[in-house]
Design a protein around this ligand. Sequence first.
Ligand code: SF4
Length: 238
Amino acid sequence: MLGATTPDEIHELVNGLNYKEKVDRSLALIDHYYREHGDGLVVANSLGKDSVVVWDLAKRVSPKIRGFIVTTRYKPAATKQFMNELVARYPETRIFKNDVEIPDELYRSDPDQCCDLLKVQPVREAVETMDVSCWVTGLRCTEGRTRTDYLEVERRDEGLLKLNPILLWHEREIWQYIALNGVAVNPLYGEGYRSLGCEPCTHISTGANERDGRWIGTSKCGGECGIHTRPLKVGASV
Ligand code: SF4
């Protein structure tokens, strides 16, 4: 198995590797697991800056690698447009969305349930319908308080590997890659956002952590929607 095996090792590498070494390491991780999983390796794309970097890296490994996007009724219009442009360019990317009826402003009264219904469940559906055995994420361990203890390769769900190939990257290295490789990004970053999600739960913030602007005013502030913490296999206990 490739990848650092302890959070301590991860934290040493975050500041111990330079930009080029991180790019090479990420490519090697994707390449290794693509050889192992073939079409079962699929990139999850949240339409944020980290996802577009992972997507670009994956396309360098193989243009055949597939992707999926989970969208919700609450995504900003600019994000929806960016998504449509991306899917037109990469038709091997599929969109998943849960249109179930939910109470008005559930994001205020119970954001955990709202995220579970609108984000986690469509990821489960994507994993099931695309026959995913290895999903690839844009998770980074320097993004915020909830992301410090992940590994590059996780085995959280039986039969589903999770690969976090840019776990070691700093925010500036993401922008470095985007600038050096001419990668298209969601235009909302130009407004001052540093982390993007659904419109009611995403604010421009100037705090130390990138995710400080997420779920402001709720218990989830700066936290997680659940796709990195909840079981993802259909039928798993939730
Ligand atoms: S980010 Fe907000 S609106 Fe989007 S699913 Fe989660 S709670 Fe609901």
